[in-house]
Design a protein around this ligand. Structure first.
Ligand SMILES: Cc1cc2nc3c(=O)[nH]c(=O)nc-3n(C[C@H](O)[C@H](O)[C@H](O)COP(=O)(O)OP(=O)(O)OC[C@H]3O[C@@H](n4cnc5c(N)ncnc54)[C@H](O)[C@@H]3O)c2cc1C
Length: 335
């Protein structure tokens, strides 16, 4: 259960029962040596063949993963070895905290970090789409548990990634800010999730605010990795400023597929002129509201099913707007 603070993403209550730590019985963790991730020693990434993306990408647009103003793709991604033919799941379980080694720490903005964890022997974390894991932290002698949603593809082998915003007054945030490469931290899971089935929905309309982007990334990747999945996706990412748009290169890469389009809503930018050209045409300045959602939905190519992820306030606002537009509860899912 949560100690203090308010739920941030839709009322999280970690699974009941005793959540003991099995760290002492597990195989001792190796300290990650600097550069291990870059050398690819932590295992292969389940990448798709380059030709596949070229085939699926909208022909009129050139492939670019490093548009002006976007953060470059981490070198380790390119350096990883090709995926092994088959892979087992990691030792992650819902009941017991298991140790995982941090193999890289990347600061994405003033207060948000991307952490990559090593998985032994090319294993997969074992999550399905939209699922989250629970982190255990000790802050001033107090045990704290909080939920985080991996952003890595569900079939990622040898690693998993989380995107975490740290709050000045946040309990777990204090612990997370102390993390460095080679540290061992304890996770249990998986929990929750969105039961996605390819081609079930004509179009997915993803409304994400800040780190609420997290569950949307594996969903996008899952769809674009499957040539037989013809679901259209409209992602609307709400951030404070252009600098605060997380993982721009990943988002830009995904938006080049014929069935994916991305929009941004930036509440604290003042002018589109400050943005790179590649973002101007798909960015709205201001706060997302009923009219904006309505106008974006009008351009959907099929009847959309909506996924919402962000703070409690964001989710409540989005639900209110969707209801006002006339969507029933069967037409959306809140993480
Ligand atoms: C299912 C689920 C998945 C989640 N996935 C992620 C994820 O992938 N990445 C991620 O970063 N977070 C995620 N969260 C939120 C995360 O679990 C924590 O709530 C968050 O990290 C804050 O925890 P804390 O202990 O640092 O802050 P707390 O100690 O819980 O909060 C203390 C104080 O911090 C400040 N604070 C905390 N949250 C906010 C906020 N949203 N806005 C403004 N001030 C705030 C407030 O002053 C608050 O009173 C998820 C939550 C759920 C329920």
């Amino acid at each position: 259960m949560r100690e203090g603070g308010r739920p941030v993403w839709g009322g999280y209550l970690p699974g009941g029962g005793s959540a003991g730590c099995r760290g002492s019985r597990a195989a001792p963790c190796r300290r990650a040596s600097p550069g291990r991730a870059a050398s690819g020693a932590s295992g292969g990434r389940a990448t798709r063949a380059p030709t596949r993306e070229t085939r699926r990408a909208w022909p009129a647009r050139a492939r670019s993963t490093s548009s002006p103003g976007t953060s470059p793709r981490p070198a380790r991604a390119a350096a990883r070895a090709p995926a092994a033919a088959s892979s087992t799941n990691s030792e992650l379980t819902p009941e017991t905290f298991m140790p995982f080694i941090i193999c890289s720490v990347d600061q994405l903005s003033e207060d948000t970090y991307q952490y990559t964890f090593e998985l032994p022997e090319n294993s997969r974390l074992g999550l399905s789409l939209g699922q989250h894991v629970v982190l255990r932290g000790l802050v001033n002698g107090l045990e704290v548990q909080r939920a985080y949603t991996p952003i890595s593809p569900v079939n990622a082998e040898g690693y998993f990634e989380v995107l975490i915003k740290c709050y000045g007054a946040g309990l777990m945030s204090q612990y997370i800010k102390s993390w460095k490469e080679g540290d061992v931290v304890f996770w249990r899971g998986p929990f929750g999730g969105f039961p996605y089935v390819a081609n079930k929905y004509g179009e997915l309309f993803l409304l994400a605010s800040g780190t609420g982007l997290a569950p949307m990334l594996p969903i996008l990747k899952y769809i674009t990795d499957n040539e037989d999945d013809e679901t259209f996706v409209t992602l609307v990412g709400c951030f404070r400023t252009f600098e605060n748009i997380y993982l721009k290169s990943r988002l830009q890469e995904q938006s080049q597929f014929w069935n994916i389009r991305t929009f941004y809503v930036l509440s604290q930018e003042h002018s589109l002129e400050n943005l790179p050209w590649s973002f101007r045409e798909k960015t709205h300045i201001g706060r997302i509201n009923e009219d904006l959602i309505k106008s974006m939905m009008k351009t959907c190519r099929r009847q959309p099913f909506v996924l919402i992820c962000g703070s409690v306030t964001f989710s409540e606002d989005m639900e209110k707007y969707l209801k006002a537009i006339g969507l029933g509860e069967e037409s959306y899912f809140i993480f």
